[in-house]
Design a protein around this ligand. Structure first.
Ligand SMILES: [Zn+2]
Length: 444
């Protein structure tokens, strides 16, 4: 069936940045069949969007959904202090809690316009099975695209790492479980709804051997590879002491940095590091709210994009950014870029590009991130008759500058998963209630 979304300001995010202030999007078989200006072609179903802004669905490139269970903890702490306080609490995670957490976080993301979510899960307490499966079930139920990760930690306190020993795993078990999840869940090729990434947690919680073996496994199976990197000054000091080099130099030494890799944060980069990211095509998940919340600093996004690095946005886990709202993160990226580099450092449209096209590039997905013929019909519809947008002629810039906003409709692969500002496949109030029931088990 052909469905025409008409009477809209369509932001395509194609290479030329084409917009149709009075335009339409034609959807057929889960794909964008055509986009254009004017009243549009005939279709079996015509949806009049009354002047709404239509953007590509937003793409979240870094999250820890389980952290919705532990918001507003360690409020004045730096990263390492925050982690040390939270690791023992997170050790209580099981599949039931993970499912409730994922449903809550994914619902928040969907209602704020996000159609594709990457989640970095790395807490796997011994004997608690089904954690990644629980997240995937929640994503399938709500209808969003999901890239899960089989994260890992194997460098416990007694070996000089940061996490407690009870939270670290055996390398062979990690690798075998990753392969199992890939066999059972990973979809390859355009339109994939569920994928698996290989994602050892960080240089201060993973051994050199697990970093190397993870990269080898990812490259053998053709999977994307991810980790945290250069988030804080403390991490840099830790790496200098343990490995005799900076976090980025360490990853270069491991043979990690390449076009199939993206790293979260990348706040503390030297000019040489920035060049290395550009030259190798390594991606960055820029998480400005989380970086501000933990007082970590601001990533050099302008320098990174100028050097040719791929940059997308991430909300990061809800224990360091209590809100899972990627449109708000688009605005935050704009604000921190301007705080760092002045008012021309990042335009509203370039910030929105980071949250759509940029995120798709970071995740290695050519089939999403823009509204062009043949791409997945993943789109976010934003009403323009709301209080916050009154008085604006440039509705696209205003959408970013006045964020956050709740999306009116969210379409994933041609299917509406949010309609009239409400989830189509689940009940928001029920999700919120069940999430609170599980969160009580994690009370301080
Ligand atoms: Zn993170």
């Amino acid at each position: 069936m052909r469905r025409l979304y008409a009477n809209a300001w369509v932001v395509t995010m194609d290479d030329a940045g084409t917009e149709h202030p009075s335009g339409w999007v034609l959807v057929e078989d889960g794909l964008v069949a055509a986009v254009g200006a004017g009243s549009g072609p005939e279709a079996e179903e015509r949806v009049d969007l009354s002047g709404a802004v239509v953007t590509p669905g937003l793409v979240n490139t870094h999250h820890h959904l389980y952290q919705t269970l532990t918001r507003a903890r360690a409020q004045q702490a730096d990263l390492f202090t925050w982690l040390r306080e939270l690791y023992p609490v997170w050790a209580r995670i099981d599949a039931e809690a993970e499912y409730a957490a994922a449903r809550a976080g994914l619902a928040e993301l969907a209602l704020a316009g996000c159609t594709t979510v990457f989640d970095h899960h790395y807490v796997f307490p011994r004997g608690r099975d089904g954690l990644v499966e629980a997240e995937v079930a929640a994503a399938r139920e709500l209808g969003v695209r999901f890239i899960a990760s089989r994260g890992s930690m194997d460098l416990g306190e007694s070996d000089g790492g940061l996490p407690p020993n009870e939270l670290v795993e055996d390398i062979d078990a990690v690798l075998a479980d990753t392969e199992r999840l890939v066999r059972e869940l990973h979809e390859a090729g355009p339109g994939a709804r569920v994928q698996i990434a290989v994602a050892p947690c960080s240089p201060f919680s993973v051994s050199r051997r697990l970093m190397e073996d993870s990269a080898t496994l990812a490259r053998r199976l053709g999977l994307p590879l991810h980790t945290h990197l250069a988030e804080t000054m403390e991490e840099e000091a830790y790496c200098l002491e343990l490995y005799g080099c900076t976090p980025v130099e360490y990853l270069v030494d491991l043979g990690w940095l390449a076009g199939d890799v993206w790293c979260a944060h990348c706040v503390h980069l030297s000019l040489k590091d920035v060049d290395t990211f550009g030259a190798t095509g390594t991606g960055v998940a820029h998480c400005p709210t989380s970086n501000l919340r933990l007082g970590a600093g601001v990533a050099p996004v302008h320098a990174l994009t100028s050097a040719g690095a791929r940059v997308g946005l991430g909300v990061d886990g809800s224990a360091s950014n209590e809100r899972s709202d990627l449109l708000f993160e688009v605005k935050q990226a704009l604000l921190v870029a301007r705080g760092r580099g002045g008012p021309a450092a990042l335009t509203a449209r370039d910030a929105l590009r980071l949250g759509t096209r940029g995120g798709a590039a970071v995740l290695g997905r050519e089939d999403i991130g823009s509204l062009e013929t043949g791409k997945c019909a993943d789109l976010a519809v934003w009403r323009t008759d709301v209080l916050e947008l009154g008085g604006a002629d440039d509705l696209v810039a205003a959408l970013v500058l006045s964020a956050p906003h709740r999306v009116d409709r969210l379409v994933v692969g041609g299917e509406e998963v949010v309609h009239g500002g409400a989830l189509v496949h689940a009940d928001e109030a029920t999700i919120a209630h069940e999430h609170r029931v599980q969160a009580r088990r994690f009370a301080a």
